[in-house]
Write a protein that binds this ligand. Structure first.
Ligand code: TRP
Length: 337
């Protein structure tokens, strides 16, 4: 059987939080252990520039995300782990794709449309105010990420499904215009079983809501943040519902079956919120203790992490350069002689 090629990118503008871990990092690392998969995971730092013009933040986030994935046990011998900006072939492919991509397709992209709508709602004269070409053509860069390595499976959140469809569309256009099967059509993989965690205020945990619990904060800080999670005002002894309860939802994401059943019972018995928060801290901290130590070690050894990233770039470029050579000839850039 042919292996599935799984590829996904992580935009490097933030610090990984519990929601990222449960929703994306943990399933990706698990997928990379499946011998039927080839995994390509990368730091989408070219994408970061769309939202962030602070070089320090971009660099810090790149370091943190790389160290996080390594600390959590990503095996870089059995996967290709790299920084997007280390692969110039991706930027080159972006241009080849840009030149076959209909502008109208990009006009329909959700992220762009949302930005235009915000401008219109404000009633200003220019609907494109503050919108860069980076934001506008973002789906083409993402298509290049995927098509460069002929990925078959792209695990993403629902908000990204449209981008995968656009990648298929652009791939098909290129194949059609240049009369060949240069690109496979990728498929979005939406993990239904993976939890989406809520944050401190009960809304979805997200950097944009400023309600996250960073993955590798100190024990003290972790306890403090868990204690900040919003609850209702039921007293100890009063039975509580597990439904729509942020604490229980996080519990479920870390606990095994019997721990989940046990906690359900404790909710019925009226566990106090303070006790629940202490138990949740113990559970989450037990999971994170070891990788947290590893993370701290790696953050203090960037020489090692840099080496790993360079080896990843080498592996990725070995693949990318074959395809880009072929594509260069395809569009008419071969040697004169
Ligand atoms: N745009 C994706 C996000 O914001 C990150 C990303 C960039 C990506 N390139 C990709 C995801 C290629 C999958 C495949 O989440």
């Amino acid at each position: 059987m042919e292996k599935r090629r799984v590829l996904t990118g992580i935009t490097t503008t933030g610090t990984p939080h519990l929601g990222n871990y449960v929703g994306a990092i943990r399933p990706a690392i698990e997928a990379s252990r499946d011998p039927n998969n080839e995994s390509f995971y990368f730091l989408a730092d070219l994408h970061a520039l769309i939202k962030c013009h602070d070089p320090k933040r971009v660099q810090e986030s790149r370091r943190e995300i790389a160290a996080t994935w390594l600390a959590l046990g990503l095996d870089t011998d059995n996967s290709v782990f790299y920084r997007q900006s280390d692969i110039p072939e991706i930027t080159e492919l972006t241009w080849l794709l840009t030149c076959v991509c209909a502008k109208g397709l990009m006009n329909r992209a959700h992220a762009y449309k949302a930005a235009v709508q915000d401008n219109e709602a404000e009633g200003g004269a220019d609907p494109d105010k503050g919108i860069t070409m980076g934001l506008f053509s973002y789906p083409i860069l993402m298509a290049a990420d995927i098509l460069m390595f002929n990925a078959t499976d792209v695990p993403v959140g629902r908000d990204q499904i449209q981008h995968i469809e656009m990648a298929r569309d652009v791939a098909g256009r290129f194949n059609h215009i240049y009369k060949g099967q240069y690109f496979k059509l990728p498929e979005a993989r939406i993990e239904e079983s993976v939890a989406v965690l809520n944050g401190l205020d009960g809304r979805k945990m997200s950097k944009s809501y400023n309600n996250t619990i960073p993955l590798f904060v100190s024990e003290k800080k972790l306890l403090k943040l868990i204690r900040k999670i919003k609850t209702n005002s039921l007293e100890p002894g009063e039975p509580k519902s597990t439904e729509d309860c942020t604490l229980f939802q996080i519990w479920q994401a870390f606990a095994n079956e019997s721990q989940i059943a046990d906690m359900r019972q404790q909710y019925e018995n009226g566990i106090g919120w303070g006790d629940m928060k202490n138990s949740l801290f113990e559970l989450v901290n037990d999971h994170l203790k070891e990788p947290r130590g590893k993370y701290e070690e790696l953050m203090n050894d960037m020489g090692y992490v840099e080496d790993v990233m360079q080896k990843g770039a080498e592996k990725a470029r070995a693949e990318a350069s074959d395809l880009i050579d072929r594509l260069r000839k395809t569009v008419g850039f071969g040697s004169f002689v």
